[in-house]
Design a protein around this ligand. Structure first.
Ligand SMILES: *[C@@H]1O[C@H](CO)[C@@H](O)[C@H](O)[C@H]1NC(C)=O
Length: 222
């Protein structure tokens, strides 16, 4: 006979499954699947195919990619993200996680963006970061992070990281629970897509003139 507690559990579990609320990356079907990144690829799948497991070596599970600062001058916002991925850490293939080094220049920003497939926890290692996210009822949660302090951005929600120091660069490290979190920077996605969203649409959506749409588009490299 089932207790009420068990029935409740089963009910909640079924509800989660039905609503698709608890779906991280799928579990791997093997210990590891060292990414075969040879090009061109013969098959297309979610992730990369595995090399012969007998050829696995320690080097497939290690990388120094995150040891070097990224180039924060490469974009107008002053940030650089260096993630682990199947190219620099082929052993991470199918494991459902990513670690990223985030360098932010003095007063630089990682502009409001979202990851459709991952939650993110970030830890400030250097400097002071104003971080925050906006929930689906447009409520904002912000926090100043000092070295050693962490903040979590729930899956899919728009969030940002701003270096409040006007003289020194900041450094953070972020973990994300997907092999391929995906990223959409809100401003760039709307104003600098290729081809562009029609001016008229953006003017209406942002309640500005088409002239202003063109200015923003140009500033964002659209
Ligand atoms: C950083 O990026 C800028 C702009 O693309 C470039 O001019 C500069 O040479 C880069 N610096 C390094 C160290 O790669």
């Amino acid at each position: 006979m089932r207790t009420n507690f068990q029935s409740l559990h089963l009910f909640l579990f079924s509800l989660c499954l039905l609503l698709g609320l608890s779906k991280p990356d799928p579990d791997p079907l093997q210990d590891y699947c060292i990414a075969d990144t040879t090009k061109p690829q013969k098959i297309y799948l979610n992730g990369a195919p595995c090399i012969n497991p007998e050829l696995a070596t320690t080097s497939h599970f290690t990388t120094s990619s995150l040891s070097k600062p990224g180039n924060t001058s490469a974009n107008q916002f002053g940030f650089s993200v260096t993630p682990t991925n199947i190219a620099n850490l082929p052993g991470i293939n199918t494991l459902g996680l990513v670690l990223a080094r985030v360098d932010i220049a003095a007063n630089g920003i990682v502009p409001p963006h979202s990851h459709p497939r991952a939650s993110e926890v970030t830890t400030c290692l250097q400097g002071t970061l104003l971080v925050g996210f906006i929930d689906t009822s447009s409520r904002v949660f912000t926090q100043n992070l000092k070295p050693g302090e962490s903040f979590v951005f729930p899956k899919g929600l728009i969030h940002f990281l701003f270096n409040v120091d006007s003289r020194k660069s900041a450094l953070a490290i972020s973990g994300l629970n997907s092999q391929n979190p995906g990223v959409q920077i809100a401003s760039v996605a709307t104003f600098a897509s290729k081809p562009g969203v029609p001016d008229e649409v953006l003017a209406k959506a942002f309640q500005i003139s088409q002239q202003e749409v063109r200015i923003i588009r140009k500033n964002l490299g659209g």
